[in-house]
Design a protein. Structure first.
Length: 109
């Protein structure tokens, strides 16, 4: 695995139960701010090893189109953690976004 892949998986493991992060937020945390799409590909390929369902798009929407890990599955997994998901697959990022501490951010470098 690449260093980028390892870092993405490490960051996604940090997203706590009942919280979400955006693909772009994960990319920023690993030091590659414009790599949101690549984060999605890493999760597509290695998501079974991490809580992939806690990563959504920057607008707060479940946006997966994967037939293996469907939007309905992601919605169900998030709701089981207490995350409120609307019928149109939206999540209130103001309420449910993961806000890592400075200590966590420093540990990533």
């Amino acid at each position: 695995m690449s260093v980028f892949t390892d870092q993405v998986l490490k960051v996604v493991r940090l997203v706590p139960y009942g919280k979400v992060a955006s693909y772009g937020q994960v990319a920023l945390m690993v030091g590659v701010p414009r790599a949101a799409i690549q984060v999605g590909w890493v999760l597509h390929q290695h998501g079974d090893d991490v809580p992939w369902w806690r990563v959504i798009n920057s607008k707060g929407r479940i946006s997966t189109s994967c037939m293996e890990h469907t939007a309905a599955l992601q919605k169900s997994l998030l709701e089981s953690e207490g995350v409120e998901v609307s019928e149109d697959m939206m999540i209130d990022m103001g309420v449910f976004r993961y806000a890592p501490s400075q200590e966590v951010l420093d540990s990533l470098n």
